[in-house]
Design a protein around this ligand. Structure first.
Ligand code: PGA
Length: 253
């Protein structure tokens, strides 16, 4: 079975102490994961070492960065390189979240550079894609998301592409409480899979996990994750509340 993943995206929330407590509260719950299930915590940079040491004992749990630089190293004040993440044992990094694209002008080609650096250092990119409300209303969401994949991922050879996790996050559903319907999510996930299949073949298409993100909550996760092509979620707001995120983890197929 494909990997099923619950990924928490804390964004710029929680103090160090609150973050540590949240992780402890989650680990105290009796969560048993099947071998194909995984939980990832994308925490702010200053918390990565703490999160990494917290999850270390928990098999199938991992810490992730929320972003990385598209430059390898050098005079880029305030940036964090992939090599730095690698040097503290981080194995996952969110790439191309819509907030990075929108507020920090990250383009598909900048994201391709980040993806390349991550893979060079054996860090798995959780690559985000997704359309705005205006694009959805114009009916062009399929082409838009296809272009995001083509321009940031499709230069990869099959070996590298196999490492990617994709997160489909319609921007109109992020932090708005407005979730895509299961029909909308399944339709887009199936589309993404067919786009991957057309480029890399059907084996790749059925191998790559595609997460849904955008107002995933404790009370809708099970329904969303039950869609055939939805392999878990990338969760913002609800990942900040232990009981909610535990419920979301338990909703994995
Ligand atoms: P949300 O955020 O769950 O708060 O909508 C999801 C995300 O941005 O990854």
């Amino acid at each position: 079975m494909r990997h099923q993943i619950a990924a928490a995206n804390w964004k710029m929330n929680l103090t160090f102490q609150q973050g540590e407590k949240l992780l402890n509260d989650i680990f105290e719950a009796d969560i048993s994961l099947a071998p194909h299930q995984k939980v990832i915590f994308a925490v702010p940079f200053p918390y990565l070492i703490m999160a990494k040491s917290e999850v270390e004992e928990e098999k199938s749990f991992a810490a992730a960065a929320q972003n990385c630089s598209n430059k390898k190293s050098g005079a880029y004040t305030g940036e964090v390189s992939v090599e730095m993440l690698h040097s503290i044992g981080i194995n996952y990094c969110i790439i191309g979240h819509s907030e990075r694209r929108e507020y920090f002008n990250e383009t598909n080609s900048i994201l391709a550079e980040k993806v390349n650096l991550c893979l060079q250092y054996n860090i798995i990119p959780v690559f985000c894609c997704g359309e705005s409300l205006a694009i959805r209303e114009s009916g062009k969401q399929n082409e838009f998301v296809q272009l995001q994949l083509r321009e940031s991922l499709f230069h990869l050879d099959s070996e590298k592409m196999k490492k990617i996790i994709i997160a489909y996050e319609p921007i109109w559903a992020i932090g708005t409480g407005k979730t895509a319907t299961t029909g909308q999510a399944q339709e887009m996930h199936a589309h993404l899979r067919s786009v991957i299949g057309n480029h890399y073949g059907s084996e790749m298409a059925s191998f790559i996990p595609i997460l849904y993100g955008g107002s995933v909550k404790a009370n809708n996760a099970k329904e969303l994750f039950s869609c055939a092509d939805v392999d878990g979620g990338l969760v913002g707001g609800a990942s900040l509340v232990a009981s909610d995120f535990i419920e979301i983890i338990r909703s994995l197929k």
